[in-house]
Design a protein around this ligand. Structure first.
Ligand code: GTP
Ligand code: MG
Length: 212
């Protein structure tokens, strides 16, 4: 499969701004600074398409990226970059508006076909488990991605992946998929997961309405 185009479409601070067309979507969820925007750039082979920062709290809106590929079953879809959770230093006004916006997006979006939950391979926080549990009951079972694996030694890596398997247990849909936005390890596996999410039968409703 070849990526034909990848472009930033819209940054939304309110649900009313979310795109209306019946295009299937896949979203990236995770703690602030876990590497969501970096992973999006890595997946799409486009440096700097989504803004990345060393400081947590960089992404503050729900950002929609339109992707087109040469795969007949995955011709057009949105990849959605979300603000991170767990960023305590954000101004209170911003913090209060973040949660509801993201929750609303994840719980109410009919176009949403799948969610990747990114967890820093070096550190699993209670909030990661809470979010995982919450997603199970709303957006559906997320696919777990262990990020920044380039920072781990081989031993640390197997310990971390084993810990993730134990913590998230049998409820996890797959994985966790080890990922590095530096070496791009995991990219093929993630694309395979995206394809599965998008072609799942629940997508047929939208396709019947002329999306493909
Ligand atoms: P928010 O938008 O604040 O929620 O953060 P984010 O999850 O989008 O993280 P972002 O992609 O902005 O990355 C945060 C920091 O982690 C940046 O300094 C990145 O360069 C770094 N980073 C992201 N992915 C990787 C990775 O796979 N390996 C390494 N070594 N660093 C990474
Ligand atoms: Mg970001």
């Amino acid at each position: 499969m070849k990526i034909l185009t990848a472009e930033f479409v819209r940054s939304c601070l309110k649900p009313e701004q979310f795109p209306r067309e019946p295009l299937r979507e896949v979203a990236l969820v995770g703690r602030s600074n876990v590497g969501k925007s970096s992973l999006l750039n890595s997946l799409l082979h486009r440096r700097g398409l989504a803004k990345v920062s060393r400081t947590p709290g960089k992404t503050r809106a729900v950002n929609f990226f339109l992707v087109t590929t040469d795969d007949p079953q995955v011709r057009r879809f949105y990849l959605v970059d979300l603000p991170g959770y767990g960023y305590a230093k954000a101004p209170k006004s911003v913090r209060i508006s973040w949660g509801p916006l993201i929750e609303r997006y994840l719980a109410d979006r009919p176009q949403l076909r799948g969610v990747f939950q990114l967890v820093d391979a070096r550190r699993i926080e209670p909030q990661d488990r809470d979010t995982f549990q919450w997603l199970l009951g709303t957006a559906g079972t997320p696919v777990l991605v262990a990020t920044k694996v380039d920072k781990l030694s081989r031993t640390q890596r197997s310990t971390s992946l084993a810990a993730m398997r134990e913590i998230f247990g049998a409820a996890a849909r797959l994985g966790p998929i080890p990922y590095s936005s530096i070496t791009h390890e995991g990219r093929e596996e993630l694309w395979a997961a995206i394809r599965t999410m998008l072609v799942a039968s629940s997508g047929e409703r939208l396709e019947a309405r002329g999306e493909r």
